[in-house]
Write a protein that binds this ligand. Structure first.
Ligand SMILES: NC(=O)c1ccc[n+]([C@@H]2O[C@H](COP(=O)([O-])OP(=O)(O)OC[C@H]3O[C@@H](n4cnc5c(N)ncnc54)[C@H](OP(=O)(O)O)[C@@H]3O)[C@@H](O)[C@H]2O)c1
Length: 278
């Protein structure tokens, strides 16, 4: 058991964190959680109003924060984000690759090649490129921590989400590969959420929250803060011996087959019935 005085400062005091997809949902919650832990923030997403709103909330909470609007699919945006962070704060200690798309829906035999490429550009290539930017700007010399937001669904197959699941499975592999390549200075981990109450998953929880929740050992679906707290811990020094790991933040989704309550197939059934516009 470790002993000694209580920490004098919040766990991320003096650090700077870059969070993508922070205009709403899980990304906004992560930005807030890292700010409460003492970090200075750079937040990004495509929607300028959403980015401005997140920055305003962070500043209202007493944090230092800047925002840069743009798409992670654009390499120039990723470099701009890194440069603006360096210019504002002089360091990039933490990168959270949270932005993602769950399109295209549907059977893979119908998948449009351009849409498929977009899924991989946003969900896999962009996280790599942003880590490359942070590595070159700061982390190769000074170290840091990266968290990629994957999904519990990457561990199995499901109807209509083949492109999303395949790209997130690739992101899991990328996480492990980078962890091996970037140590000892930089730790790279992922979190894999189950069903969380955000826009991206609205079509499931609006129709099936009760059934999903009843089938989980924790008895409820996730909230963005559930994921944010896990990310805050993984990027902190408390997790200094953890790299290349995937932390399930899924309320017990992976083990729900053994849960006595509810309907373990509720998510899959909603996905099967869900098509854009339905
Ligand atoms: N919600 C769930 O149940 C669930 C489950 C498992 C995993 N996840 C993962 O959690 C992460 C966050 O998702 P969420 O549920 O919070 O979804 P969300 O509410 O839809 O938020 C997605 C965020 O990503 C941004 N974004 C999307 N495409 C982008 C692009 N091309 N460039 C820059 N930003 C982009 C969006 O902002 P703009 O539209 O303004 O760009 C938004 O800020 C994702 O990686 C997702 O795969 C979610």
């Amino acid at each position: 058991m470790t002993s000694g005085p209580l920490p004098a400062a919040p766990v991320l005091a003096g650090r700077t964190a870059l969070v993508t997809g922070a205009s709403r949902g899980i990304g906004r919650a992560i930005a807030g959680e890292l700010a409460r832990a003492g970090a200075r923030l750079c937040v990004t997403a495509r929607d300028p109003a959403g980015v401005r709103d997140t920055v305003a909330r962070l500043r209202a909470g007493g944090a230092e924060a800047i925002g840069v609007a743009g798409s992670v699919a654009d390499p120039a945006h990723l470099w701009e984000v890194t440069e603006r962070t360096m210019a504002a704060y002089g360091r990039v200690d933490v990168v959270v690759n949270n932005a993602a798309t769950n399109q295209p829906y549907g059977p893979l035999m119908d998948a449009d090649p351009d849409d498929w490429r977009t899924a991989f550009t946003v969900n896999v290539e962009a996280p790599l490129r942003l880590v490359q930017c942070a590595w070159r700007a700061w982390m190769s010399e000074h170290g840091g921590a990266v968290v990629n937001v994957c999904t519990e669904g990457a561990g199995h197959v499901g109807p209509h989400v083949g492109a999303y699941g395949t790209s997130k499975a690739a992101l899991l592999h990328l996480t492990a590969q980078l962890a091996g390549e970037l140590g000892p200075g930089v730790r790279v981990n992922s979190v894999s959420p189950g069903l969380v109450r955000t826009e991206m998953a609205r079509f499931v929880w609006e129709r099936a929250e009760e059934g999903v929740a009843a089938g989980l050992p924790t008895g409820r679906i996730g909230e963005p803060d559930d994921v944010a707290r896990a990310v805050r811990w993984l990027v902190s020094d408390e997790a200094s011996w953890i790299t290349g790991a995937d932390l399930l933040v899924d309320g017990g989704t992976r083990v729900r087959a053994a849960s006595p309550g509810g309907d373990p197939g509720a998510v899959q059934r909603e996905l099967r019935h869900h098509l854009p516009g339905s």
